[in-house]
Design a protein around this ligand. Sequence first.
Ligand code: AVJ
Length: 322
Amino acid sequence: MRSKHLTLQLLDCAPTCTTLRQEVIQGLQQSPKTLPSKYFYDELGSRLFAQICELEAYYPTRTERRIMQQCVGELAELLGPGCLLVEYGSGNSLKTRMLLDTLKDLVGYIPIDISKAYLKEAAIALALAYPALEVLPVCADYTSEFELPVPARAVRQRIGYFPGATIGNFEPKAARRFLQQIAHTCRGGGLLIGVDLKKDFTVLHHAYNDPQGITAQFNLNLLRRLNQELEADFQLAQFRHYACYNPGEGRIEMHLVSLEEQVVHIDDIEIPFKRGESIWTESSYKYSLEEFARLARAAGFSVERAWCDEQRLFSVQYLTTL
Ligand code: AVJ
């Protein structure tokens, strides 16, 4: 049997190892210590995250998928033909297939992701499944400045796609800046975004402290990655996953707590830890519909439509630029 050959042009704007090193050292020298959550997604981290998404305890993924099934037909009507779909942080692009199946006469699809191996794999799988679609992958930290590739056919409007409630990982000010950047890139078009909603915090605690401990592995994998790529000497058994909801700030905070007094080395820099001191690795902000509408407006969008599940756990929102 002849195998199918396919070449895909991948635009590579991936952050360098120097950037990783600088951001990591800077974060660990602050008080409280922090690490950027975007660095969770190396190859193993992306796979662990995909496993989280399948967990019973982790409601966002399946809830978003259900809402998408409900709204995608209506969305296709709202958007019309000739769109260029730009996905920020495409991961394995599973939810995207619903859009690719339903949107009318798409001009192209641009998946953007920081994880090159994962992006390649996903882009090839999509290009094979949708042979008529122009797939233009970009490997980048999507919060940085980069140019979008231009598809062969004329674009009627650019539609951003930012699913998975990843907007929640930004501090509110950074969230507004990032949405502003998308509003600029997609001016005259819109943005389809998944937003996790405020809810009973026992549900949140369960979702970020799953009984299988996959979230703990996902969190600790960040230290393994730093050992591997920066030759740091974190002892993984000396740190513990900790996640809690901060109701005043409206966010889940994920930490790695040092179980002992210890010193970690990166290059010739010593990073001392007290017993019980934590590295803050992620925030996941939860919004009410009103709060998010305010944020969207401040960034140059208006909420055209917001779809929710019956329990109001999650929302999928279609924003248009002002
Ligand atoms: C999908 C990236 C938004 O904040 O819920 C999952 C990441 N962290 N479990 C989230 C995550 C811990 C996730 N995002």
